[in-house]
Design a protein around this ligand. Structure first.
Ligand code: TNX
Length: 774
C-alpha cells in the first residue's frame, strides 16, 4: 500500500467508525421511537457537505425548520448545509402537505435521491426533523452520513405532551428556561407548564401590582434541606421575569411548536402575594414570603371583592402575554382554616347559601365557587382553565380540565364526569423524586422514588375506562418541583433521562413500548446530552438486578442485566470487588443465606459498571406469608412476599421494597413449613411523618400449629412518633420465651395521625419491610 492509498483507507475507516467507535450511519431507532419504520431495499442516500435543505417558497414556518435542521447537522458534523427554496437532487426536502387526521403526523422517505420529510402541518414537519436529527450520530467525525433506504410513518399518541417547571421554590433564568424548552423540543413535546407563582416567590412581573415582584419575588432566607431541619441559610433569595423576558420565552417556545401554559396558583400557595399586598389575606397583616416548603394556612381571602378584582387584573396581564387557550389556575392544597375564622368568608358562604351536603363541606364549596368565578372570567376571554385535581372537590365548571397529580384517581373521576384530564401522577411522573434507591451520594431530593422504569411503564389510559372516557385523557406530563433543585444543572439531572422515558409514554402507540428495547436505544440519545454538556443522571447505565423469591426452594433468584448488552458480567458473593477472574454471570444466581452480591461489567480489562446488594436471611425469609389486611394499591409492589424476600428497604419509603398500609394494620401470618423454635420477632419500619408515615402503636405476636387457631405469646405498646421526627428507618422488636410452632402471626397496630400532626385524625400510613423471626 502506498502512502496515498493508506491515507484513503484511514479516511474510510474514520468515516465508518469516527472517533469513540461511532459509525457515521444514521439509525432511526430513536427516542421517542417512530410508530412505523419500514426498510426498503437498495442503495440508500449519503449526506455530504454539498447536500442542500429545500423548503417550500413562502412558507416561513418550514423555512425556519430548515434552518433548525441545518444547525442540528452542524452540531453533528461540523459543517452547515445551505437551505434553499429551489428544488434539486442531493437534498433533504421539507414539506407540510401530508394528508393525515393527526395534524402532528409526518412521514420520512429515504431514497438514493435524498430525504423527504413531510408533515401534516409544520408541527409535523418539525417532529420529522427531530427524528431525523436524532437518527444522525451526535458527533459524526466523518465527512458523510450514510442513510439506508427507509419509510417512516409517525404520529403522536397524545395531543398534550407536557413538562412542567416550578420556578418559584427556586428561580431559573429566562435563558435556562429556553434550554429547558430545547429539551422539550428534542423529546417531541408540545406543552410547557410554567409554574410561576407559589408561597416561596412570585416570578412574573405584573405592571398593575409592582409589589408582587418588588416584595413577593424575594424571601429572607431558605430552609436547609427538609423543613424538619429547622435550620436556615440566612441568605436573601429571589428573582423574577420581566414581561419582555416572558414574551421572549413565549416566542422561543412558539418557534419550536411549544405552547406555554402559565400557572398562577390560587387560592392557596399565595403567601408571596399576601406578603406583597396583605389585604389579600383574611387577617390582612403579618405575612412574609415563605422560607420553608409545604402547605400554608394563609391563603387568598375569597370573601373580599377586592381580592376577586386582584385575581382578574393579574389574569388580564397574563392572558395579554400568553396566547395559550389553556390557563392553569392551580387550586391545589388550599387549607380552609383561615376562611373558617374569617367573617368575610363566612358571610360569603351565607350569601351563596353554601352548605355541607355530606359529600362536600361548605368550605370546599367556597373554594369551588371561587374557582368557578375565575373560570367564568377567563371564559369571557375565550380561555379555558386547568386545575389540579382538588378542583373536583365541590364541583367544577363544564370546560375545566383536570390535572391529576395525586395518583391517577383524580383523572379517572374527571373523565367519568366528561372533563378532559391530563395525567401527571405523583406515583410515576414527579421528577423531583429520587431516581435511584441508593440515595447516598445523591443530591437531596423530595423523599420519594421514581426510577426510569416506572416512568416508562406508566399506562395513562387503563382498560377499565370505556372508549368515551379514554378519549377524555388528552395528555401526559411530568412535573419538576424545585424545592430541592437549586440550580438549572441540577434540574437537568432530575429531568434526564426520565424525560426520554416520558416521551415514549406520550408519543408511542399503546403496545409499541418495550422497556428493554428502549434501554438499548438510550445510549445513542444520551450521546447528545454528552455532546451538549447537558447534565443527566447515569444510574440507568449501572447493571440492574431483578430479584425474585422462589418459594419452592426457599431461595432468592437474581437476574442481572445491563443497558445495551450483558457481556462479561462477573460477580462475587463475599462483598469483595469482582475481578476478571471472578465468576462469569451466565444464568440467574440462587441465594439462600446472608451474603453481599457484587456484580461488575467489564469492557475489556476495565470495570465499567458495578452493582451491589445485601441479602439478609432469617427463619422467615422466603417462607410463605399472607396478609390479613392489605397494603394500599400504590404501595403494594409485589405484595406480601416483599416482607420476607431477604432484602431490606432503603431510606426511601417509595423505593419499591416497603409495603405501605393506609389506615390498616400490618397483620401477617408466616408459615415456616415445619414446627420451628422462635424467641424473637421484629419488623422494620420506615418513618416519615411529613408524608403521614408513622410507627404504629402496638406490636403483638401469636403462634399456631395449624394456621387457624392462634395463641398470643407476646405484646407491647409503642409510643406514637413524636413531633419533628425526621425521615428514618427503625425496627420494632419483641423477645419472648422460646416457642415452637409452624405458624407465627405478627400484628402492628395502626392509629390515626396524632394531635400534633397537620392532618390530625386522618389515616396514617405504616411502611414495613422485612419481618424477622429468630
Ligand atoms: C405537591 S403537585 C405540590 C407541590 C409540591 C410537590 C412536591 C401539587 C399540585 N402540589 O406544591 O411542590 O408536591 O413534590
Amino acid at each position: 500500500m502506498n502512502a496515498s492509498s493508506k491515507l484513503f483507507a484511514f479516511a474510510v475507516a474514520a468515516a465508518l467508525v469516527g472517533c469513540g467507535g461511532k459509525k457515521a450511519v444514521a439509525d432511526f431507532n430513536v427516542i421517542p421511537l417512530p410508530n412505523q419504520i419500514t426498510k426498503i431495499e437498495g442503495e440508500g442516500f449519503t449526506l455530504t457537505k454539498s447536500t442542500k435543505i429545500v423548503y417550500p417558497k413562502n412558507n416561513p414556518d418550514v423555512e425556519r425548520i430548515a434552518n433548525f435542521l441545518s444547525g442540528y447537522i452542524m452540531q453533528s458534523t461540523g459543517y452547515r448545509l445551505d437551505t434553499t427554496s429551489e428544488s434539486q437532487g442531493n437534498s433533504i426536502v421539507l414539506m407540510s402537505q401530508l394528508s393525515a387526521d393527526n395534524n402532528e403526523a409526518y412521514t420520512i422517505k429515504v431514497s438514493p435521491e435524498g430525504i423527504v420529510v413531510n408533515g401534516a402541518t409544520p408541527a409535523g414537519t418539525f417532529y420529522g426533523v427531530q427524528t431525523l436529527r436524532k437518527a444522525m450520530p451526535a458527533t459524526a467525525d466523518a465527512k458523510s452520513i450514510k442513510f439506508n433506504n427507509i419509510e417512516i410513518s409517525d404520529a403522536p399518541r397524545f395531543k398534550y405532551r407536557g413538562m412542567h417547571l416550578d420556578v418559584s421554590r427556586h428561580f431559573f433564568t429566562a435563558d435556562s428556561v429556553k434550554r429547558y424548552i430545547d429539551l422539550l423540543a428534542f423529546h417531541n413535546m408540545n406543552r410547557f407548564h410554567w409554574h410561576l407563582t407559589d408561597d416561596q416567590g412570585w416570578r412574573i412581573e405584573i405592571k398593575k401590582y409592582p409589589e408582587l415582584t418588588a416584595i413577593g419575588a424575594h424571601r429572607d432566607e431558605t430552609v436547609i434541606g427538609y423543613n424538619e431541619s429547622n435550620e436556615f441559610d440566612g441568605k436573601r433569595y429571589g428573582g423574577y421575569y420581566t414581561q419582555e423576558e416572558i414574551t421572549e420565552v413565549i416566542n422561543y417556545a412558539r418557534e419550536r411548536f411549544i405552547t406555554i401554559i402559565p400557572e398562577i396558583d390560587m387560592p392557596g400557595h399565595m403567601l408571596a402575594a399576601l406578603a406583597s399586598y396583605p389585604h389579600l389575606g383574611c387577617t390582612g397583616e403579618g405575612y412574609a414570603t415563605a422560607t420553608k416548603w409545604g402547605v400554608f394556612d394563609d391563603v387568598l381571602c375569597v370573601g373580599k371583592d377586592s381580592v376577586m378584582q386582584f385575581v382578574y387584573d393579574v389574569l388580564d396581564e397574563v392572558t395579554e402575554l400568553f396566547p395559550s387557550e389553556l390557563i392553569h389556575i392551580g387550586g391545589d392544597e388550599c387549607p380552609k382554616a383561615s376562611w373558617a375564622k374569617c367573617p368575610r368568608c363566612l358571610a360569603k358562604m351565607q350569601e351563596l347559601q353554601l352548605e355541607n351536603d355530606g359529600e362536600h363541606t361548605a368550605l370546599e364549596k367556597l373554594q369551588s365557587w371561587f374557582m368557578h368565578q375565575v373560570e367564568k372570567y377567563l371564559a369571557g376571554k375565550g380561555r379555558k382553565v386547568i386545575g389540579w385535581d382538588e378542583i373536583l372537590e365541590g364541583g367544577i365548571g363544564p370546560d375545566a380540565i383536570v390535572m391529576s397529580w395525586r395518583g391517577m384517581d383524580g383523572g379517572y373521576a374527571a373523565v367519568k364526569q366528561k372533563h378532559d384530564a391530563i395525567m401527571t401522577p405523583n406515583s410515576h411522573l414527579y421528577f423531583d423524586y429520587y431516581q435511584t434507591k441508593d440515595t447516598e451520594g445523591e443530591p437531596l431530593a423530595f423523599n420519594g422514588f421514581i426510577p426510569i422504569e416506572k416512568v416508562y411503564n406508566l399506562n395513562p389510559i387503563p382498560d377499565k375506562l370505556n372508549q368515551e372516557e379514554q378519549k377524555h385523557i388528552i395528555g401526559v406530563q411530568a412535573n419538576l418541583w424545585s424545592e430541592y433543585i437549586p440550580t438549572f444543572r441540577h434540574a437537568e439531572y432530575m429531568a434526564l433521562p426520565r424525560m426520554c422515558a416520558l416521551s415514549e409514554v406520550q408519543w408511542c402507540n399503546h403496545g409499541k413500548r418495550d422497556y428493554f428495547a428502549f434501554l438499548k436505544r438510550l445510549p445513542r440519545i444520551t450521546e447528545f446530552f454528552e455532546r451538549d454538556g447537558i447534565n443527566y443522571s447515569k444510574h440507568i447505565f449501572k447493571i440492574q438486578m431483578e430479584i425474585t423469591p422462589n418459594f419452592t426452594d426457599d431461595t432468592d433468584e437474581v437476574t442481572l442485566y445491563s443497558c445495551g448488552n450483558n457481556d462479561n458480567i462477573r460477580y462475587t458473593l463475599d462483598g469483595s470487588t469482582p475481578t476478571l477472574e471472578s465468576e462469569l454471570y451466565t444464568k440467574p444466581i440462587k441465594i439462600n443465606m446472608d451474603c453481599i452480591l457484587t456484580a461488575t461489567q467489564f469492557d475489556g480489562d476495565s470495570a465499567v459498571k458495578t452493582v451491589k446488594e445485601t441479602f439478609n436471611f432469617n427463619k422467615a425469609t422466603v417462607k410463605d406469608i399472607s396478609l390479613q389486611q392489605q397494603p394500599s394499591l400504590q404501595y403494594k409492589n409485589k405484595g406480601a412476599q416483599m416482607l420476607v424476600d431477604g432484602l431490606h428497604g432503603g431510606q426511601l419509603y417509595s423505593d419499591g421494597r416497603w409495603l405501605g398500609f393506609k389506615g390498616n394494620d400490618i397483620d401477617a401470618i408466616v408459615d415456616l413449613g415445619t414446627p420451628t423454635q422462635i424467641s424473637h420477632a421484629a419488623i422494620n419500619l420506615n418513618i416519615d411523618p411529613a408524608n403521614y408515615i408513622m410507627n404504629g402503636v402496638g406490636l403483638t405476636v401469636y403462634a399456631s400449629d395449624d394456621g387457624m387457631e392462634f395463641n398470643e405469646i407476646a405484646s407491647k405498646a409503642i409510643p406514637i412518633t413524636a413531633a419533628g421526627t425526621l425521615p428514618h428507618i427503625t425496627t420494632e422488636s419483641i423477645d419472648f420465651d422460646p416457642t415452637t410452632a409452624r405458624f407465627f402471626r405478627i400484628v402492628l397496630k395502626n392509629a390515626p395521625l396524632p394531635a400534633w400532626h397537620r392532618a390530625k385524625g386522618e389515616q396514617a400510613f405504616l411502611f414495613a419491610d422485612e419481618i424477622i423471626l429468630e
